[in-house]
Ligand binder design. Structure first.
Ligand code: PMP
Length: 378
């Protein structure tokens, strides 16, 4: 099998799984229990938090463990909007965001907040001039992903931070799910960052919310007061220890992996370019771990099935939206034609992807191309 669907999820690293199992066997105790074993589990939890802070070179930020980026995004966005609602009502996002951001923002809109969408350039980047024009003293929350999960384009987070310097009231949230392990996280001037363990060879159902100032958000999950009273519920110490390990491995491997993937990506782009009627959707400077390709005239689902039969696992646009018949909003916002959108597939790579996989992909590609080439729009 050739697994090219790593933006949907990655294979857990064996040593991460091992940590998870060992901690579950030996330290399954509740870290809130006052007895010695509970204290030991609490110490492990604290070590995991510290390790993440050290690995990511965080300063005074608070690391909160969650069940995934969906929860982290919900917590940060709702938590900040509720906390700041007396200062203003305007929220800013873009249609590029993952549903776990976009649908939260839309839910906040139904609660009486004003939601504004910043325009997107044809490269899929936030239009910074338009963003400046949307800014006002009523804005309290801005959210932007660091790397897009469908096309791989990288957003100008530092430039956005610059714009926000004139608006200190604004909470700036970054969904860094697809950036973790690929790019350094931008922390300067960012109020909160969401991560998801299973996107960097960690485990599913495990996430992180990094908060610059934990008093800037209100809790949306109430209960026993765990995780600084921001995320109540018995803490999953084995998961969180495994997450700290996955973060460390991702950072250790990051540069070598990105060099390898740049080469994999370059070779596949060059190969695809030799096939009339097939186009690359991802911008040239997108993250090399995501490559979006269009076969206008053919349906993405048909392509995914054809590749799947040949043992190559890819996705249409994103696993979250591929079951919905709706035309993808992200590709639409980038001005990509409907036939290109409907015929798009996403290849996504990770640490396990090597240049030696390219040949096998090319063979499968040629077989699929032969099957569909009569249908391609010329
Ligand atoms: N944000 C982005 C950019 C993502 O790609 C994903 C996962 N598809 C999420 C958030 C949500 O992560 P999870 O499903 O692990 O909660």
């Amino acid at each position: 099998m050739l697994y090219f669907d790593n933006a949907a999820t990655t294979q857990p690293d064996a040593s991460v799984l091992d940590s998870y199992v060992k901690v579950n066997q030996q330290f399954y105790f509740n870290p809130n229990s006052p007895h010695d074993k509970g204290v030991e589990a609490g110490r492990l939890l604290q070590q995991a938090r510290t390790q993440i802070k050290t690995t990511l070179q965080l300063q005074d930020e608070t690391v909160i463990f969650t069940s995934g980026a969906t929860e982290s995004n919900n917590m940060a966005l709702k938590g900040a909007a509720y906390q700041k609602k007396h200062f203003g009502r305007t929220l800013i996002t873009s249609v590029l965001e993952h549903p776990s951001v976009l649908e939260v923002m839309r839910a906040l809109e139904t609660e009486g907040f004003t939601l504004k969408y910043v325009n997107v350039t044809k490269e899929g980047r936030i239009d910074l001039e338009h963003l400046k024009s949307l800014m006002s003293s009523d804005v309290i929350l801005l959210t932007c992903m660091q790397v897009n999960n469908i096309m791989g384009q990288v957003q100008p987070i530092a430039e956005i931070v610059d714009i926000l310097k004139d608006y200190p009231k604004v909470h700036f949230h970054v969904d860094a799910v697809q950036a973790m392990g690929k790019f350094p996280l931008v922390t300067n001037g960012v109020d909160s960052i969401a991560l998801s363990g299973h996107k960097f060879n960690g485990l599913k159902g495990q996430g992180v919310l990094i908060l610059k100032n934990m008093h800037n958000i209100q809790p949306i999950i109430h209960g026993g007061g765990q995780e600084f009273a921001l995320r109540s519920g018995t803490v999953n110490v084995p998961m969180d220890v495994a997450c700290a390990k996955a973060i460390r491995l991702a950072e250790d491997h990051r540069q070598a992996m990105m060099r390898e993937l740049a080469e994999v990506n370059r070779q596949i782009r060059a190969f695809v370019a030799q096939h009339p009627g097939v186009y690359i959707n991802s911008p040239d400077d997108a993250s090399p771990h995501i490559l979006n390709i269009a076969f206008p005239g053919v349906r993405g689902e048909v392509l995914v099935n054809a590749f799947s039969k040949l043992g190559v696992m890819i996705s249409t646009t994103s696993a979250c939206s591929s079951k919905h018949a709706k035309v993808n909003e992200v590709l639409q916002a980038m001005g990509i034609s409907t036939s290109r959108i409907l015929g798009s597939i996403r290849l996504s790579f990770d640490y396990n992807t090597k240049q030696t996989d390219v040949k096998a992909f090319q063979q499968a590609f040629d077989t699929v191309y032969e099957e569909v080439k009569e249908l391609l729009e010329q």
